[in-house]
Design a binder for this molecule. Sequence first.
Ligand code: COA
Length: 261
Amino acid sequence: MPASYETLLVERRNRVAIITINRPEKRNALNIKTREEGAAALDELRADEAIGVVVFTGAGDKAFIAGADIAEFAGRTALTQRDVMLARSLFNAIDDFPKPVIAMVNGYCLGGGCELALACDLRIASETASFGQPEINLGIIPGGGGTQRLTRLIGEGKAMELILTGDLIDAKTAYTLGLVNVVVPASDLEAKTMEIANRIADKSPVALRMAKEAVKIASRSNLDEGLRREVDLFALCFSSEDKDEGVTAFLEKRKPQFKGR
Ligand code: COA
C-alpha cells in the first residue's frame, strides 16, 4: 500500500513516478514537512523496482517551487538553522538517488526550488517558468547547493550574476545558459516530460544507475580519477543480465527486455 503524504502527491504512471509538491497557496514553498516527506517518498520509490524514473513538479500553474518557506526563517537561531540543514537533505537525496530524477518546471523556480531542480538530472521547463536565486534579497545566500551546483552547471560568471543580483530569468534565457534541457509551451510540458521520462525508464536500470553515478563523478573529482572510476563502472555493467540482453538483442535485431539485474 503506497504511503500518503500531507504536502506531496505521489502518482505512478507505468515506470514513472511523479512527486508533486502540493502547497500551491504558498507557491509550493519547501517547509520542513515537505522536505521530510520528499525524502521519505524517495525512500519508497528507491525500493520500488517497478519505478525507473522520478519526476518532481509543483501543484498549480504558478509555481514549481518558490524556495524555502521563508516563514520558517523568522526567529530561527543560527544553530537551529544549521541543524535543519545538516539533517538529511532532500537536495542530496535527489542527487544520490540511484534512478534518474527529472524536474518538470511549471512556474516560479526560485531559491530552494532552483536548488531542487539543480539536484535533478534533467530540467524540462514550461515557457512560463522563471528561475532565480533571490536569497540575497533576504540578506542570506543559497544554502541548498545553489552556490555549488549552479556554478558547476552554468559557470562562475553567470552563477555569480544570478546569486549577487537575485534577478529572475525566463525559461528561454535559462535554456541558453544550459540551466534547463528543454523548453516547451505550458500546454505541452507534461506530455513532453512524460515522453522523455518513459523513454529513459525503458532503458536498463543497472546501466542508468552506473551512468548517473559516472557523470556525477565528473564534477567531484579530477580527470584521472574520473576516467578510472568510469572504467570500473563500465566494467560493472558486464556483471548484469541487462548487458547480455542488450548486446544479444542488438545482434538478434530485436528490442531488448531489460530486467534491472
Ligand atoms: N516562503 C513562504 N511563503 C511563500 C514563499 C516562500 N518562499 N513564496 C510565496 N509564499 C507565499 C506568500 O507569502 C503568499 O502567502 P499569503 O497568501 O499567506 O500571503 C503566497 O505564497 C502567495 O504569494 P504571492 O507573493 O502573493 O504570489 P505571487 O504569485 O504574486 O508571487 C513569487 C510569487 C514566488 C514571485 C513571490 O511569492 C516571491 O517572491 N516569493 C519568495 C521567493 C524567494 O525569495 N525565494 C527564496 C527563499 S530563500
